[in-house]
Design a protein around this ligand. Structure first.
Ligand SMILES: O=P(O)(O)OC[C@H]1O[C@H](O[C@H]2O[C@H](CO)[C@@H](O)[C@H](O)[C@H]2O)[C@H](O)[C@@H](O)[C@@H]1O
Length: 364
């Protein structure tokens, strides 16, 4: 666009800054046609839209960073916000008696997330091993109650960490469900793979995984994990200054795949099919597979630490059945009823459940 003294040109960089250049520094410009102007404006609009999207992603990445969560952990326990959160989401350990009392005449079914719930969060996702005592507690729980691991991980990978055959495993955020591989009293018939609602996405996920590995290899610390029906892009070890660059690379790949969506976990971007399936649907599916579809004789207990576990907490709230337990040291908005601070408290809760069950079986 021209005016008498100055020429205004649109900068097509994300922020769309308008520079005003003095006439002397300008080449003689050919007047722009209406069509040219329309195209330039469209381009600028698209670039600004993309820039805004990246900014929103980075804001959300920051918000999911533990240092950014409004932490009251270091404050004294009487701090208003923390104590009011605890009132609304009391410790599942201190409410243990009430929880087991609610199970009277019902079958408790246990659902457990893996990372941050059964294993402590570590920098390298390949090293997220479950402590020996946790495995022992989990093995005992699975002897007394139907038990499922519900995780964003690839099912085979989580099995390689847990190594217990008597459990149900729902990998890839519930998109890959398999029954116990060894005899177990809750096993119904031949329980190989029970459900894979996103199997048609396998080739696409594979391509996206490869594209993301290629696109992010220049960003130090970025790690891409193939979770079979979904992909994780970890930024726990990426310098915050590179988060926008990483988000931009992920966006550039995702743009080619409108049938995939992005969600977020703990310092991780998760790419998955747009199908209506999540950990909550997996919980419902498993209850049905266990014969408790429309039953009042069941008390599902779901323990998890991540945003993706909220789908399962919400299902329990909406059904008015069972309890969600959030693993968190800091107050967070949640649909869970109760809280536990960390995996060691999860282990303690599982231990108490087993002891209570043993005792109640001995009672006359
Ligand atoms: O549903 P989950 O079992 O909680 O899986 C969610 C993601 O967990 C893993 O990442 C998280 O744990 C890692 C190991 O402690 C940690 O390094 C990472 O920062 C966390 O986000 C897993 O690696 C992801 O693929 C899962 O999507």
């Amino acid at each position: 666009m021209t005016n008498q003294q100055n020429v205004v040109v649109f900068d097509l960089k994300p922020r769309g800054v308008r520079h005003v250049l003095p006439p002397s520094s300008l080449p003689v410009a050919k007047p722009l046609s209406r069509q040219d102007i329309k195209m330039l404006l469209m381009k600028r609009f698209e670039t600004e839209k993309a820039g805004a999207k990246i900014n929103a992603w980075v804001d959300s990445m920051r918000a999911s960073s533990p240092t950014r969560i409004k932490s009251t952990a270091s404050l004294p326990p009487e701090t208003d916000e923390k104590s009011s959160w605890i009132v609304h989401h009391p410790s599942a350990l201190s409410m243990f008696e009430q929880i087991v009392a609610a199970s009277k005449g019902k079958q408790i079914v246990m659902f457990l997330d893996y990372d941050g719930t059964l294993s402590p969060i570590v920098e390298d996702p390949d090293q997220a091993f479950m402590p020996r005592e946790m495995r022992a507690a989990l093995r005992d729980v699975a002897r007394y109650f139907p038990t499922a691991i519900v995780t964003g991980r690839c099912r085979d990978k989580v099995y390689s960490f847990v190594k217990l055959a008597g459990l149900y495993y729902a990998g890839s955020h519930g998109m890959d469900i398999k029954g116990p591989s060894k005899s177990c009293k809750y096993k119904k018939g031949n329980q190989g793979v029970l459900f894979q609602p996103a199997s048609e996405f396998l080739p696409m996920i594979d391509k996206v995984y490869k594209a993301l590995v290629e696109k992010t290899k220049s960003i130090p610390g970025a790690k891409v994990e193939n979770n079979k029906f979904c992909v994780s892009v970890h930024f726990r070890c990426v310098d915050e200054k590179s988060w926008a660059a990483l988000a931009e690379q992920v966006r550039s790949v995702l743009n080619e795949y409108p049938k995939l969506k992005l969600t977020q976990g703990r310092l991780v971007l998760e790419i998955r099919p747009t199908i209506k399936w999540d950990k909550g649907r997996a919980l419902e599916f498993l209850l049905e597979a266990l014969g408790y579809a429309n039953s009042n004789d069941v008390l599902p207990v779901y323990i998890g630490d991540d945003r993706t576990d909220e789908d399962a907490f919400k299902v329990l709230r909406d059904r008015g059945q069972g309890f969600g337990i959030l693993v968190s040291k800091v107050p967070k908005e949640t649909n869970a009823f109760y809280s536990l601070q960390e995996p060691s408290e999860v282990k303690e809760f599982l231990r108490r459940l087993v002891d209570w069950k043993k005792l109640s079986q001995q009672a006359p």
